[in-house]
Design a protein around this ligand. Structure first.
Ligand code: BES
Ligand code: MN
Ligand code: ZN
Length: 494
């Protein structure tokens, strides 16, 4: 894949298709299309027939004959100009690029749209993100036809206005690095358990860090034992494969600045354990390390962007298997900080491994901790696949995430952590129990985590948004890569 910015006019852009964004406002539409027809007469019938009117997300194709270097022009509707946002630019670019892919184009050149209220850099970033991310496909195991996606591999965003060159390049370059991070997260989340298990996940994180510029330390089972991470070891008990604890450090901020710690749930496969899940749909649980994937993808992106910050990523990794050695309901585990939990349901495993990671985060005396986890089916019931559940102890951190969600369209919605819910996870024998039953399940899971937190903290439940049953405008079915754009934006603007 290659992504670049260029200065040039639409007639002479060499590509398989050029993409021109057009707004629907009557007067503007008339004058813009008139100029376009003067240049490339072949678009005239699309306009005069009314088949293309600039409607939001509409696309139309014309063949340019000898009027332009590229054989095709794709018109992409922006809708009313006053409604254009960075998200609508992403979607328009994605729709146009998907159409180009249907036509078997390999190289698209997108003309930078100029929109009042959106900077050149933001517009360039949005168009690049939408276009590149729309071409993702997890097809590396397909030995033949890879037709369903990933056809466009070369992207150029261009403008004829030299004055915009700097902003254009900045936006395209930023988006390219963000898209790499999102792609890393999607690939990790989609990879099956026989490819991604705790040791291979750690190896992958190490390689990504070496290339991107963050350092990775992997704790093996012996060191996890030495740290008394009873949650991670407990969940791992049923497994043939040892756990890992992955520590990624990117310390490019001032020495005196406390780090921001990102924690990702790394359950590489969740069978439910002895409280085993039903067979239907269980393969989705290869994505139960999406939180980890999002953290690794974000670490890649912030390192490649060269942020001047101190950022740490932590991933407790294990699969959750049933076997003769597995934990069973009634067992009591002791975590790194000495607290105890009774196992009510071995399928509530995510909070057990996150508890130890949240204890470990304390070592960094962090200014803030955000954890991401495909934690509860209850969150999917509450918010569906569109919105991430947000719970936590710190309003300013929540506000930062809400602000980043507004820009990236990776929505978050807060659920409450009222202490009245606590009784649902009280145990007769231990400090707490690991399941509060079905009611308020996303909340009781977060309340469980809160017992291990000693710093400003937010938990993001991405069970619905991380693993999607269907494709979105620029997200695939399966692992979506959610969180990478959200966290990256939050950290860039911190
Ligand atoms: N990994 C699952 C949650 C999940 C469900 C993620 C659907 C993505 C899609 C988690 O480990 C789990 O099994 N949670 C249980 C908790 C319950 C036993 C308290 C659940 O949500 O049913
Ligand atoms: Mn589970
Ligand atoms: Zn799980």
């Amino acid at each position: 894949m290659s992504v670049s910015s260029a200065i040039g006019v639409r007639r002479s852009m060499k590509a398989d298709a050029i993409v021109v964004f057009i707004a629907a406002d009557k007067q503007e539409f008339t004058s813009v299309t008139k100029a376009l027809i003067a240049e490339i007469p072949h678009v005239q019938p699309l306009i005069s027939s009314g088949d293309f009117s600039g409607k939001r997300n509409s696309v139309a194709v014309a063949y340019t004959g000898s009027a332009a270097s590229a054989p095709r022009i794709i018109l992409a509707g922006l809708g009313d100009r006053s409604d254009v946002t960075v998200e609508s630019l992403r979607r328009a670019a994605a729709a146009a690029t998907r159409r180009a892919a249907q036509l078997k184009c390999r190289h698209v050149a997108l003309e930078l749209p100029v929109v009042k209220g959106i900077s050149t850099e933001e517009a360039a970033q949005a168009v690049t993100e939408g276009s590149v991310l729309s071409q993702y496909a997890f097809d590396k195991y397909k030995t033949e036809s890879k037709e369903n996606g990933g056809l466009v591999t070369k992207f150029t965003v261009y403008t004829s206005d030299k004055g915009l060159q700097k902003g254009l390049k900045a936006g395209v370059d930023t988006a390219t690095i963000i898209a790499e991070g999102v792609t890393i997260a999607r690939d990790l989340a989609n990879a099956p358990n026989n490819e991604i298990y705790p040791e291979s996940l750690a190896k992958r994180a190490t390689e990504i860090g070496r290339k991107a510029g963050f350092s990775t330390t992997v704790l093996d089972k012996r060191r996890i034992q030495a740290l008394k991470m009873g949650g991670l070891l407990g969940v791992n008990k049923g497994s043939e494969r040892p756990p890992t604890f992955i520590i990624m450090e990117y310390m490019k901020g001032p020495k005196s600045e406390k780090p921001i710690v990102l924690v990702g749930k790394g359950v590489t496969f969740d069978t439910g354990g002895i409280s085993i899940k039903p067979a239907a749909g269980m393969s989705d649980m290869k994505g139960d390390m999406h939180g980890a994937a999002s953290v690794i993808g974000t670490m890649h992106t912030i390192a490649r962007l060269g942020l001047k910050k101190n950022i740490v990523g932590l991933v407790p990794a294990t699969d959750n298997m049933p076997s003769g050695s597995a934990i069973v309901p009634g067992d009591i585990l002791t975590f790194m900080n000495g607290k105890t939990a009774e196992i009510d349901n071995t399928d509530a495993e995510g909070r057990l491994i996150l508890a130890d990671a949240l204890c470990y985060a304390d070592r960094y005396k962090p200014q803030a901790v955000v954890d991401l986890a495909t934690l509860t089916g209850a969150c999917v019931v509450a918010l569906g696949t569109i919105t991430t559940g947000m719970m936590g102890t710190d309003d300013s951190l929540k506000n930062r995430l809400r602000a980043a969600a507004g820009v990236t369209n990776e929505y978050v919605c807060e659920l409450p952590l009222y202490e009245e819910y606590e009784e649902l996870i009280s145990s007769d024998y231990a400090d707490i129990k690991n399941s509060g039953g079905r009611m308020g399940g996303a909340i009781t899971a977060a309340l469980f985590l809160k017992h291990f937190v000693t710093y400003p903290w937010v938990h993001l439940d991405i069970a619905g948004t991380g693993i999607s049953p269907k494709a979105g405008p620029y997200t695939p079915k399966g692992g979506t890569g959610v969180g990478v754009r959200l966290l990256t934006h939050m950290l860039r603007t911190w």
